[in-house]
Design a protein around this ligand. Structure first.
Ligand code: HEM
Length: 536
């Protein structure tokens, strides 16, 4: 490891934050006053009332009373680790991002893996999408790649996100179920919103029950934009590939595991790192030149579509190794704040309406989850790049700012001397945009069945069998017969055989075969074999 240089900057910074509690010394209050007794409160006589003046008792109870903060509204359960990223070669041709230029420079990272639907205390091995969020502490500021372990999302526009999440979370009247996808509201939503089908196919496949966080792929999902030093943009999709290959559980195994060891995935991650078996992932990119924006029969701004790897191969650009467990779960894994809006020069957004919504939502939710606007000062969130802003005050301000706090100014003090300069400051990609205000997307956003069909056709027989069994298990738990039937009718538009096999297992009539169902992309040449990831 390149400890002297960049790779370990984050660790040195964390050490500076370590709580100042000298081991072996006497117990004190928060004010540093020594305490002789912490088992009995101060009372009047042996049997009298407890006295308000017992400041140690009050402080101890009050602090405890305030230990909990809101869990994340989604992805509440997770586990994290520190490590480093290093590029294989310079990516200067496509992006000016500093951390993607020099193979000898390691960038510290923190990664949090998570489930999506279950609360903080839910089991690890449920059938669910997994979050795969990476914070790169780069020399130009923090870059967050906030991805999932499947390459497509359930909805196309962030305005539907509250509806989608309300449908997948526990039901409002009884908070059942926890962390499982098997209930009426989810399938009601799916059957009414066929744009969910592609992600649902991935979820019902073995990808929905990964064996380990160390054996999962990660995807940025959206099309992002690389921008090079000349200002040229290139569309980019991000892929993480685990060195150990992609592996899944089988459903019976996953269910048994939920009972025997609900912490299975976080324990596996922790133990592997403690044992020196450091999880490793390769970062790859699919690159599409700006001029090819409309070269596909789907829209690059549609997060329910992949770019088939046969059309645009994944190019490996670097690797990430996770080699250090956090010291304190709450301080680090719970308080880490990822945000798609955290980008560095050379990485920019596209107009994907899901991504645009995320760029609003993460900061907004963290303002309440982490209690105000100063959470970027927390050790896990703090950049290793210098921070010079005029932002002041607010809850949990822990910086000792001095001097003036407005811009521009000539009186000096601690304020930034000048705005960033060309070449190093972030500049937004100068995309030309023109159009009327509408609530409508391009026509290909309406094609909800071609890519799910492509996914289905790319599966081996045993993988298809697992998918059918998963649909039967999940849909078989749905009480509303209309929801079961409507979902099967949607599956018939993906593949009639899939629909009839599912229907037979859940006691609903087989939908009429519609031979006119035609998919643009269903050709053997476009099978998804390469997307299966090595080793599965
Ligand atoms: C977490 C919103 C789509 C990946 C979250 C959180 C919110 C949120 C509010 C909790 C954050 C926190 O409390 O710190 C949204 C919205 C979406 C969306 C509004 C769509 C409009 C997605 C997509 C992905 C994704 C498409 C993957 C590509 C994640 C991950 C986390 C997360 C990995 C957990 C981050 C962590 O480990 O702390 N999301 N999300 N989300 N989201 Fe999304």
């Amino acid at each position: 490891r390149n400890d002297q240089d960049t790779g370990d900057r984050k660790q040195r910074q964390r050490e500076a934050f370590r709580a100042d509690d000298p081991a072996g010394g006497p117990l004190t209050t928060d004010q540093g006053v020594e305490v002789d007794h912490t088992d009995d409160s101060l009372t009047v006589g042996e049997r009298g009332p407890t006295l308000m003046e017992d400041f140690h008792f009050r402080e101890k109870l009050t602090h405890f009373d305030h230990e909990r903060i809101p869990e994340r509204v989604v992805h509440a359960r997770g586990a994290g680790a520190y490590g480093y990223f290093e590029p294989y070669e310079s990516c200067a041709e496509f992006t000016r991002a500093a951390f993607l230029q020099d193979p000898s420079v390691q960038t510290p990272v923190f990664v949090r893996f998570s489930t999506v639907a279950g609360p903080r205390g839910s089991a690890d091995t449920v059938r669910d999408v997994r979050g795969f969020a990476t914070k790169f502490y780069t020399s130009e500021g923090n870059y967050d790649l906030v991805g999932n372990d499947v390459p497509v999302f359930f909805i196309q526009d962030g305005i539907k996100f509250p509806d989608f999440v309300h449908a997948i979370k526990q039901e409002p009247h009884n908070e059942i179920p926890t962390g499982s996808s098997a209930h009426d509201t989810l399938w009601d939503f799916v059957s009414l919103q066929p744009e969910t089908l592609h992600a649902i196919m991935w979820l019902m496949s073995d990808r929905g029950i990964p064996r380990s966080f160390r054996m999962m792929q990660g995807f940025g999902v959206h099309t992002f934009r690389f921008v090079n030093a000349e200002g040229r943009g290139t569309f980019v999709k991000f892929h993480w590939k685990p060195k150990l290959g992609v592996h899944s559980m089988v459903w019976d195994e996953a269910q048994e595991c939920m009972g025997r060891d609900p912490d299975f995935h976080r324990r596996d991650l922790w133990n592997a790192i403690e044992a020196g078996e450091y999880p490793e992932y390769e970062l790859g990119v699919q690159l599409v030149p700006e001029e090819d924006e409309f070269a596909f029969d789907f829209d690059l701004l549609d997060a329910t579509k992949i770019i088939p790897e046969e059309q645009v191969p994944v190019r490996p650009i670097g690797r990430m190794v996770l080699d250090r467990n956090p010291e304190n779960f709450f301080a680090e894994t719970e308080q880490v704040a990822f945000h798609t809006g955290n980008v560095v020069p050379g990485i920019d957004f596209t107009n994907d309406p899901l991504l645009q919504a995320r760029n609003f939502s993460y900061l907004d939710t963290q303002l309440i989850r982490l209690g105000g606007p100063n959470f970027s000062q927390l050790p896990v969130n703090r950049p290793v790049a210098p921070v010079r802003t005029d932002q002041r005050d607010g809850y949990h301000q822990s910086a000792l700012h001095s001097g003036t706090n407005y811009f521009p100014n000539t009186l000096g003090g601690g304020c930034p001397a000048h705005a960033g300069v060309d070449g190093s400051a972030y500049t937004h990609y100068a995309e030309r945009v023109d159009g009327a205000k509408i609530r409508r997307r391009s026509a290909s956003f309406q094609d909800h069945h071609s890519q799910p069909a492509m996914f289905w056709n790319s599966m081996a027989d045993w993988e298809k069998r697992h998918i059918v069994e998963a649909f039967r298990f999940e849909l078989g738990k749905v009480d509303a017969r209309t929801v079961r039937s409507r979902t099967v009718e949607e599956l018939a538009k993906v593949d009639p055989e899939l629909a009839s096999q599912v229907a037979a297992g859940i006691g609903v009539p087989e939908p009429a075969r519609d031979e006119s169902v035609a998919h643009k992309l269903v050709s053997p040449a476009l099978s998804l074999t390469s997307l299966r990831g090595g080793g599965s």
